[in-house]
Design a protein around this ligand. Sequence first.
Ligand SMILES: Nc1ncnc2c1ncn2[C@@H]1O[C@H](COP(=O)(O)OP(=O)(O)OP(=O)(O)O)[C@@H](O)[C@H]1O
Length: 507
Amino acid sequence: MLLRMHQISKSYGPVTANDQVSIELHKGEILAIVGENGAGKSTLMKILYGLEQPDSGTICLNDRQVVFHRPSDAMAQGIGMVQQHFMLFGSMTVAENVVYRKETRKGLFMDHRRNQALVRELSQRYHLPVDPQAVVDDCPVGLQQRIEILKILYQDAHIIIFDEPSAVLTPLEVEDLLKTMDQLSRLGKSIILITHKLHEVMAVAHRVVVMRDGRVISASDTSETSLEKMSYEMVGRQIPTRRMTPPAVGNPLLEVAGLSLKGEPGTITLHDIHLQLRQGEIVGIAGVSGNGQSELIRCLAGLQAYDAGQVMLNGTDVTRASAGTIREAGLAHIPEDRYAWGSAPAATLAENALVGAEGRPPFSRRGILNLRQVNAHAAHLIQGYGVKAASLFQQMASLSGGNAQKLIAAREIARKTPVLIACEPTRGIDIGAMEYIHGQLIEKRDQGDGVLLVSSELSEIMDLCDRIYVMFEGRLNGEFIRGEVDEKTLGLYMLGGNRHAPQTALG
Ligand SMILES: Nc1ncnc2c1ncn2[C@@H]1O[C@H](COP(=O)(O)OP(=O)(O)OP(=O)(O)O)[C@@H](O)[C@H]1O
């Protein structure tokens, strides 16, 4: 047996993150670990990678017990981890990043030619094409992930942990990644894949372990399980398929006319954006991430200045207004980066659930907070959205990633504003919570509000949106009505494959 983690337990205060968890990994095997948000997957991987120490339990490599106090201990034993946030130096070349700390030198100086040759050789051996001389910042996300993988292979890792690796990738990049994992396993590498995307598990993994509440619920060959069985084991119930009623469309709530932004060098420029969101509809912005969606939403939310254009929100002109004024005028916003924009990691859950409403009754009067109301509000959101938390007063940073996302979504949806902009609202979220958040967005639309959904998940856009804009290289280059477009056509527009005039659905 290559790796055996035996009866691993780990608690954080009252929370048992891992409860006597045992897993095994064979040479050349791809093992997927799935489970609800907060099930304990990341904790188990942090223990394997030496980032955390277990309270009890053992790790054996090739039947020999090992103890990892820090990641360098794990790396020295051939364990590498592809993290969600890449650990690369953006201004350095691919080769410099891959050989970092294990460079070949000529006297005092780096032997660039030799390092590049080593990286070229490595990239050929593992069928992972890269240009060793390219600068990392110029590489798209999928390529940066490939550089991370090469870095780990250069350090001779034979066990590679992938922590939700597809969350940041485009559909084509995901296909490439799955191929890469398959190739690596054929070349004798062993892989642990943490993911919420069950179809990826079925496509690439040999075995799958399902975790719930810190425990292992099942371990099976993927050939002997199914999507339905896995999802049932994860959340303990059947996930219903949803049917949407036709939209009852009303007046415009958000109107954007001629919005343009001249980006800094190296950033996206927005060209003459026109869009409309009306009462009672969910409008999607589909697109491969990095095509200007983030810039557009930052402009609409008052987080970035733009050069031209007019924005009307619920009848008020909010052109170039501040973020606070725009929120007051009726905008709620689930931002794409939950930590940078959406929450204060060092503040408590109760504080994070309140943000933005602290100046208003019933939460405060004459500048004095009513803590009973504040706490009751947070408890209500936490319960409703199934946020796994030990206390209202724990730090936001101690929540698992998916649970942090659930709390932010809960806070913004609960504001009951006429317009909600939801950016990647279900990224990193388990299928049960995803179904719940989708239900909340539909309910909001059915109550006559408008939802602008920005998502790089085509299936999410297709399932929820009444109308869909496609964004490519800073332009809206297509507009479609639900049911009148298939995934293939949308995919084509997302890649700029249509070069004729934009199609409009509203006339
Ligand atoms: N540093 C910490 N302090 C307190 N609690 C923590 C800490 N790290 C994790 N936890 C708790 O341990 C539990 C397991 O979290 P973990 O991150 O392992 O879950 P996960 O399965 O990876 O979830 P996700 O799918 O959301 O990433 C959660 O309840 C989480 O709140």
